[in-house]
Write a protein that binds this ligand. Structure first.
Ligand code: S3P
Length: 171
């Protein structure tokens, strides 16, 4: 691997990975990669259709393969899917050569960002806030295990970007 270290953003759905990642890529003149988008492009169907037609386990295997591929590359800002932490090997593969930052937000802030979204199968229909809380509860230890933690409540996207750049410069 040569060139600039990747920056990998992890965190729950709606924690700001994509919006922060796009701005970071502009600021640092690096290439932005959204893992969900790559999977959608390669499979030729939406995340919801992959979950419905092929199952979540299949989606996780696509994610796993993509982590192996991207962790061997450099110069990228990578927004992961919220479930990337479900396999801790994904976190350690990225942490071996990239700056990995976990963005966090309160369930209420997350709800605000995802409430009108129709392409998050795990939050489809019904009590979205309840689903957010229950999935977050199950995963919280996995998110906390990521080496860099960045709480985003009350911060603008630009402020989050600045904080990630500080971590990146610090090495
Ligand atoms: C998921 C998060 C989604 C997407 C899929 C599963 C999860 O990504 O990968 O719907 O398990 O948390 P975002 O975090 O970009 O919404």
């Amino acid at each position: 691997m040569s060139g600039k270290r990747n920056i990998v953003l992890m965190g729950f759905m709606g924690s700001g990975k994509t919006s922060v990642g796009k701005k970071l890529a502009e600021r640092l003149d690096m290439t932005f990669v959204d893992m969900d988008d790559v999977i959608v492009q390669r499979r030729g169907k939406s995340i919801s259709d992959i979950f419905d037609q092929d199952g979540e386990a299949y989606f996780r295997s696509l994610e796993r393969n993509l982590v192996r591929e991207l962790s061997a590359e450099s110069g990228k800002i990578i927004a992961t899917g919220g479930g990337i932490v479900l396999n801790p090997q994904n976190v350690s593969d990225f942490e071996a050569g990239s700056l990995v930052v976990c963005l966090s937000a309160s369930p209420e802030a997350i709800l605000e960002r995802v409430k009108d979204d129709t392409n998050r199968p795990l939050l489809a229909d019904g009590d979205k806030l309840g689903k957010i809380k229950s999935i977050l509860d199950k995963r919280i230890k996995l998110y906390k295990a990521v080496s860099n933690q960045l709480p985003t409540d009350g911060l603008t996207v630009e402020e989050v970007v600045e904080k990630v750049i500080e971590l990146y410069i610090k090495g």
